[in-house]
Design a binder for this molecule. Structure first.
Ligand code: SIN
Length: 483
């Protein structure tokens, strides 16, 4: 791997402060989705190695939670500084293994680091409460304590920031973590662990284990020592993990699938809406759970919006993410490519037209043409299922009531977006959308300071912001009598 700090490229797991292989020395290969070159290998660990990591985390807990918030904050700040110092190498590692453009990787490293910085500050403000008691001789206080060992299962689409978004708050309040990164993108996780080691986290506080998602996921979700499981991934896998977590009644955070509506009202600033749709839809080649999946445009501005949007989409440069001018990289694998093609074919068979794109890109592999579908109908699969690719389906609507009904007609409830300049409509629509996140006149809603999370089948809990700390804390009520 062409990076300057070679110490960041680790091909072993990090457990109990040591770099180790799997028990039977089995490995998995990791490839570059842009070239199909093998980048290296990772240990193919399973249940036994996970148990070892869980015991190491448990052992480290007593020491880690008893540090002052200021001490933990200091170590997190060092980690943040090291991430900043190695920013370019971390960005390159991400593009090599994930495929996204180098500029998007740079933005993700900055985004990911912001969680470490923010929680290093916020952990010093984990306040309790006092409650006036009903009895004269009694006093009541509420304190917050770390939940315990945390399992964090993270996805391939954001290989760095989904780790810091879970682990920074957990570590900041005193919980040790065991990270299971996606097998397609383990090197970003291992590089973060290398920097955490350098920052001085005590051994066992941060562990990264690679290998079988099924076996590691099973152990993390059923072992009673793990008190909290935080997962980002599909709703399908989230439901399995939720069931498994119920055996030991764990606290859970689930960041699952999304199917974001993106509504452009007749009073919207059309150019701004086009720019917002570009950012929301084509970030990471459409492989985000918050990207616009259904673009609803008012009939009065439908043609103008499509015309302007198509011109911009046609300018997207698809290519190897390592080229500075690339905007859109490849899809992660053949499975994703197949799903994208299937959604397009199905939409066309149910009445939609392709305004641009629609096919495999001339670069081959898993590169796909940025695509716009118009006149999409309710019958199309894409109207209900998450595509996770660079396809923008556009629907026409004529009234506020109609579009709210269409937007809410989904089992998902993660992100939603709309464009309008009418203040009354802004309040009405923001309150009516059944989503955990509403972006108004913007296509980008993610930041460390704000609560990211969904309702309905999009998940449970929140990440980022002060609400994200609560997901790693237990509330204890203390009642003192005989005062
Ligand atoms: C995701 O798609 O999984 C996360 C996107 C974000 O944090 O913006």
């Amino acid at each position: 791997m062409d990076i300057s700090n070679k110490k960041l490229f680790k091909q072993q797991c990090f457990i109990n402060g040591e770099w180790i292989d799997s028990e039977d020395n089995q490995v998995l290969e990791v490839n570059n989705p842009a070239t199909q070159d093998i980048l290296g290998t990772i240990p193919n660990c399973g249940k036994n190695e996970t148990k070892i990591a869980i015991l190491a985390a448990e052992k480290s807990w007593t020491n880690w939670k008893s540090k002052t918030a200021k001490e933990r904050s200091g170590i997190l700040k060092k980690w943040f500084k090291l991430i900043e110092e190695n920013h370019e190498d971390l960005s390159k590692i991400m593009t090599f293994e994930q495929g996204k453009s180098i500029n998007e990787s740079r933005a993700e490293i900055t985004y990911g680091a912001s969680f470490v910085e923010w929680y290093a500050e916020e952990c010093r403000r984990v306040y309790g409460d006092t409650i006036p008691d009903i009895l004269e001789d009694r006093r009541t206080i509420v304190i917050k304590q770390p939940v315990g060992v945390v399992g964090a299962i993270t996805p391939w689409n954001f290989p760095s920031s989904m780790i810091t978004r879970k682990c920074a708050p957990a570590l900041a309040v005193g919980c040790p973590v065991i990270i299971k990164p996606a097998s397609q993108t383990p090197y970003s996780a291992l590089a973060l662990a290398a920097l955490a080691e350098e920052a001085g986290f005590p051994k066992g506080t941060i562990n990264v284990i690679t290998g079988s998602a099924k076996d590691i996921g099973f152990e993390l979700s059923t072992n009673p020592i793990v008190r909290k499981l935080s997962f980002t991934g599909s709703t399908e896998i989230g439901k399995i993990l939720l069931k498994q977590c119920s055996s030991s009644v764990k606290k859970v955070s689930m960041e699952l699938g999304g199917h974001a509506p993106f509504i452009v009202f007749e009073d919207a600033e059309i150019d701004a809406a086009v720019d917002g749709a570009m950012l929301s839809k084509f970030r990471n080649s459409g492989q985000t759970c918050v990207c616009a999946n259904r673009i609803y445009v008012h009939e009065k501005i439908y043609d103008e919006f499509i015309d302007k949007f198509t011109k911009k989409v046609n300018k997207i440069k698809v290519g190897n993410g390592m080229e500075e001018t690339t905007i859109s990289g490849p899809l992660i694998d053949q499975y994703s490519l197949k799903k994208v093609q299937e959604h397009i074919d199905d939409a066309v068979n149910t009445g939609a037209k392709i305004a641009t794109g629609g096919k495999l890109h001339s670069l081959g592999g898993t590169f796909f043409q940025p695509t716009i579908l118009i006149n999409v109908t309710k019958k199309a699969k894409i109207t209900y299922e998450e595509t996770f690719g660079p396809v923008a389906p556009i629907y026409k609507f004529s009234s506020e009531k109609e579009v709210i009904e269409m937007a809410n007609d989904s089992p998902y409830g993660l992100a939603s977006y709309f464009y309008s300049r009418d203040i009354g409509k802004i309040w009405r629509v923001a309150e009516a959308l059944e989503y955990g996140i509403v972006g108004i006149n913007t296509g980008i809603i993610s930041k460390a300071e704000t609560p990211f999370g969904g309702i309905k089948e999009s998940g449970l809990g929140r990440e980022g912001s002060r609400y994200g700390l609560d997901d790693f804390l237990e509330i204890k009520y203390i009642n003192i009598a005989g005062i």
